[in-house]
Design a protein. Structure first.
Length: 270
């Protein structure tokens, strides 16, 4: 059962630095809490042609995808139109979404024939055939189509909407895939010497994946740094988790044979 999701974060304000991204860490954590995983992340500008191109590719990937940003009704919001164009569909007004916006306008004491309401109703225009994603913050819905879930860029809206999507469509995938990881910090060894061990381990234990994250060392209060080290580990999913302990024992034995210094954390002794 596939448990991987993609994330597309749209907005010039994030790419230009006028707003900090509050989505990546949230979505990664949200998925992990349910035994799911984040497969990849894209940051895209508010450029219609590029959005259409990247969404077309994303639709072809076949992975469930969260998309944040660009579904408002101002001239710099292009996500709804780009999604429709990527699928070769017209943009149409969703009657249920429009009804929700009618309620928002009425709740503000504004007439339904006002220019403000007409502008607000543009946020009910979705690719033909889209379904609604409820927005508990202000009742102006997002939409879903072809396994893609489109939310406003505001975290206060997007984040509960994402939780609703998982609970509604993917609860049967929660915590269905076992995952495991082993890691250690290695000193006194270059990556070039450790890499053959990693390659041999992956060949010997199908499904086991190795990783190596070099560091220039840990900063001390006096401004100096500890010696460089490598964060080395193995990870697995599903049935391959049964091989983790054996594969890790082999890795540790080979590292010790090289004379590597092994630590559980990158402390001053590395």
């Amino acid at each position: 059962m596939n448990t991987a999701f993609n994330l597309i974060i749209i907005g010039d304000e994030i790419l230009h630095g006028s707003r900090s991204d509050a989505h990546f860490t949230f979505f990664k954590t949200l998925l992990e809490q349910h035994g799911l995983k984040l497969n990849q992340v894209q940051y895209l500008p508010d450029e219609p042609a590029l959005l259409e191109k990247q969404l077309r590719r994303s639709f072809s990937d076949g992975l469930p995808t969260f998309v944040t940003g660009g579904i408002g009704a101002t001239p710099d919001d292009h996500t709804r139109q780009a999604a429709a164009a990527a699928l070769g569909l017209p943009v149409v007004r969703h009657p249920e979404a429009a009804k929700l916006i009618d309620g928002v306008t009425s709740g503000r004491g504004e007439p339904l024939d006002s220019p403000e309401h007409a502008q607000r109703l543009k946020m009910a225009d979705f690719p033909a055939g889209a379904d609604l994603v409820p927005n508990p913050f202000n009742s102006i819905a997002g939409f879903s189509i072809n396994g893609h879930y489109f939310f406003p860029g505001f975290p206060v809206m997007a984040h509960p909407m994402a939780q609703w999507v998982l609970d509604t469509y993917y609860a049967d995938r929660f915590n269905q895939t076992e995952r495991g990881l082993r890691q250690i910090f290695v000193a006194d060894q270059p990556e070039s010497r450790i890499t053959p061990l990693m390659e041999a381990l992956e060949a010997q234990y199908p499904g086991i994946r190795t990783f190596s994250l070099p560091s220039v060392g840990v900063a001390r209060p006096d401004g100096t740094r500890t010696a460089p080290y490598i964060e080395l580990g193995i990870k697995a999913e599903g049935a391959a988790c049964a091989l983790l302990d054996e594969a890790w024992d082999v890795m540790l034995a080979q590292l010790q044979a090289l004379g590597a210094v092994l630590k559980n954390r990158p402390d001053d002794n590395i």
